[in-house]
Every structure is written in structure tokens, then in C-alpha cells.
Write a protein that binds this ligand. Structure first.
Ligand code: PLP
Length: 379
């Protein structure tokens, strides 16, 4: 692990503990970005796209598929989770099955996407967390019925890092003929998953956090046997069978998950995302997970030493990659503390009245200790 500190130069300059929000730039991703610029500087479109760009995008799909246990044909590149989920939502017919089950701990963009679908007849059934940290999977499963079109689940909750138990939810969905979609932005690359074993229908994630792949590129998994029955209202030429035929006479969507791809890709990000994914696969998600657990245990010890309130699970098995702790004094105090930490080269983030601390595999014990020394001095 120590050798990877040089791969991520920022960790030798600052105490960077916020990969849950933005994974830092690696030397490999920088070199990849520069390779793209160099090619763009020398080549015309046909050479850039066909010889380099499309293969770079395919490498991203392949690597993301490997990461989550999918086949490459089940992966689409989408501009963002919001865009991909919105596109999926247009495939659903809410007439017979109006219900969308989600939780009050899901990332707000999930709520916005499904709220917009209320205009098409969707009815939202939002399960409340008992404590703002945990979410009972059986309580979610119990809401699924024969009127449910889809259950929207965040596998790892973005605020508390609680890991959801997917099994009862998937079972309930199967029993009632509903779909299950996972927003895995806080899971992919940090908590192992096998989508085929979990039997989920759809999964979304982006490259910019734990995958250290940069912004502007996200991924959609669509279970193979569902692909051809889904016809999104959001389409574009790259989702069709022969985009370079320039045929205006028909709309023939691809038979793989790439039917969910639309217009011109954010091509430069294919280079950085594929470099980030390469590093994550090279280290291995199991290894990353156990290193993260060691470091987050140390974070929790630091929280306890400062007598701060822990707002994440203590149990290793239930805790994802980040630890959240309350900063007494409210939101303004938390934001102020965060900015004073930046001045001391400790990089975290804040959500309302809490700080989030999220070590990745290239962090070490000294990073965590330094974070708490500086935080202790400020409180
Ligand atoms: C769980 C979760 N879903 C979605 C998003 C945002 O997705 P996007 O900006 O790709 O639409 C975030 C971003 O922080 C997130 O934490």
C-alpha cells in the first residue's frame, strides 16, 4: 500500500481524507489525461475516435463490469447518475404499477428523479430512517407490493455510510414482480459487490469518488435479460446499432446496455476513468475494503478521544468507507471548522453539522492521527 502513496501526490502534500467525495488525481490518471491531449493535438476525428476514444470507453466498460461482477454487454456509460436514472425512469409504465419505494436516506438526486416521474403517474413511498444513521432493510422490503414498479436503494448511505442489506429487498421485489435499482456511488470500489449474485436489476455509479477516475463519467448496469424490453424516451445516436450510417429513417436501439448511451461522450474522462479503474482493480476491492476498515476504526477512536458524537455505524460489517461525526455548534460551526482544517492542509468535507472523513487505501495511520491532532486543536 505504501508504494501507492507516490501514485497519489496530494497525500504527500496534504492530509487528504475525502475520497468519498472526490478521489484524488493519480499520476496514472494525469498521464492518461495528457495522452488524450497529445492525441487530440495531433489527430483528426476519425483517428482520435476510432483508434483511441472508442477503445478507451470500452476499457472503462470492461473494467467497471469486472469491478461489479457484470458482463461488459450489461454496462452503459452515462453522463451522471441523475441522467442515467432519469433515462431508466422513462422506461417504466406507472399505470398498473405506480409505486416507487425509496428511503429518506437516499441521495437527493434519486428523490428528484422519482419526484419528476410523479408527472407521469409515479407515487413515491418513502421509508424513514429511525435515527438518521441506519435503515432497516426489512422495513423497505415490507413496502414492496404488487403496485410497486421499482425499489430505489443506496447500497451505502452517503451521510452515515450504513451498508444496506440488499437480500430481503431483492427477494420482496422478485416476489412482487418489481424492479430493483441500486445507486452504488458509495459502494463501487470500496465495498465488494457481485451484481449477478445479488440478482439486482440495475445499478448506477460514477467514477469520481472511490474509483479515482475524475468527473463527468458514470456507469449503468442493466441485467442482461431486461435490456431489450426497456425502451427509454431519452435516446441518441450512440445508443443505436449503426450510428455512423447516419440513417434518419428508423430508430434501432442496440441490443446491449449501450442502448442507454445517447450523445457524444465526455471523451477525455474515458482516459482518466479507465486509469482510476485500473488502479482499483489492481489493488483489489477486498484489499481496499479491509484497509479502509482498519483506518476507519482508527478514525472512530479519534472521534471517541475528542468525545465527539459518532454518526456512523461502529460495527465494521455495517460501515462503508466513511465516518461521520457531529461538530457541536451546528452547521456554521462545522463549515467553519472544515475551512480552518483546509488552511492546515487537512481535507475533509461537511454535511450540515457534521464532518465526513473517508480514508482510501493509499492513506495511512499518520494521516488519520494528523487529522485528529488538527481537529482537536480547533475544537
Ligand atoms: C449516492 C449518490 N448518488 C448520486 C450522486 C450524484 O450523482 P450525479 O452527480 O452523478 O448525478 C451522489 C453524489 O455525490 C451520491 O453520493
Amino acid at each position: 500500500m505504501a508504494s501507492y502513496r507516490d501514485e497519489f501526490p496530494v497525500v504527500n502534500e496534504r492530509t487528504y481524507l475525502i475520497s468519498a467525495s472526490l478521489g484524488p488525481l493519480s499520476r496514472r490518471a494525469r498521464a492518461a489525461a495528457e495522452e488524450h491531449l497529445d492525441l487530440w493535438g495531433r489527430l483528426g476525428p476519425e483517428e482520435l475516435w476510432f483508434d483511441h476514444g472508442l477503445p478507451a470507453l470500452q476499457r472503462c466498460r470492461e473494467r467497471f463490469a469486472t469491478l461489479i461482477g457484470a458482463d461488459v454487454e450489461e454496462i452503459a456509460i452515462v453522463p451522471s447518475v441523475s441522467a442515467g436514472l432519469s433515462s431508466l425512469a422513462t422506461c417504466l409504465d406507472f399505470e398498473g404499477r405506480p409505486k416507487v419505494v425509496l428511503t429518506d436516506m437516499d441521495f437527493p438526486t434519486n428523490h428528484y428523479v422519482w419526484r419528476a416521474q410523479q408527472r407521469r403517474g409515479a407515487k413515491l413511498d418513502v421509508v424513514a430512517s429511525p435515527d438518521g444513521i441506519t435503515m432497516d432493510a426489512t422495513a423497505v422490503a415490507d413496502r414492496v407490493d404488487d403496485e410497486t414498479a421499482i425499489v430505489n436503494i443506496n447500497r451505502v448511505l452517503f451521510e452515515s455510510s450504513w451498508i444496506m442489506d440488499l437480500n430481503p429487498i431483492v427477494e420482496a421485489a422478485r416476489a412482487h414482480g418489481s424492479y430493483v435499482v441500486i445507486d452504488d456511488f458509495h459502494g463501487s470500489g470500496i465495498v465488494p459487490i457481485d451484481v449477478h449474485k445479488m440478482d439486482v436489476d440495475f445499478l448506477f455509479s460514477g467514477a469520481l469518488k472511490w474509483l479515482c477516475g475524475g468527473q463527468g463519467i458514470a456507469f449503468m448496469y442493466c441485467r442482461r435479460d431486461l435490456i431489450e424490453e426497456l425502451e427509454s424516451l431519452v435516446v441518441g445516436w450512440f445508443g443505436t446499432t449503426d450510428p455512423f450510417d447516419f440513417d434518419r429513417g428508423s430508430l434501432r436501439l442496440r441490443s446491449d446496455a449501450r442502448r442507454f448511451e445517447t450523445g457524444t461522450y465526455t471523451l477525455p474522462q474515458a482516459w482518466t476513468a479507465s486509469a482510476g479503474l485500473e488502479i482499483i482493480l489492481e489493488v483489489g476491492v477486498d484489499t481496499i475494503r479491509s484497509r479502509n476498515q482498519e483506518l476507519t476504526r482508527r478514525v472512530i477512536a479519534g472521534v471517541d478521544d475528542l468525545s465527539l458524537e459518532l454518526l456512523s455505524p461502529r460495527d465494521d460489517a455495517r460501515r462503508g468507507g466513511l465516518v461521520r461525526c457531529l461538530i457541536p455548534g451546528g452547521r456554521e460551526k462545522a463549515e467553519n471548522t472544515l475551512h480552518r482544517l483546509f488552511e492546515r492542509n487537512v481535507v475533509l468535507d461537511s454535511r450540515n453539522d457534521a464532518l465526513r472523513i473517508s480514508p482510501h487505501f493509499f492513506n495511512n495511520e499518520a494521516d488519520v492521527d494528523r487529522c485528529f491532532e488538527e481537529l482537536g486543536a480547533l475544537l
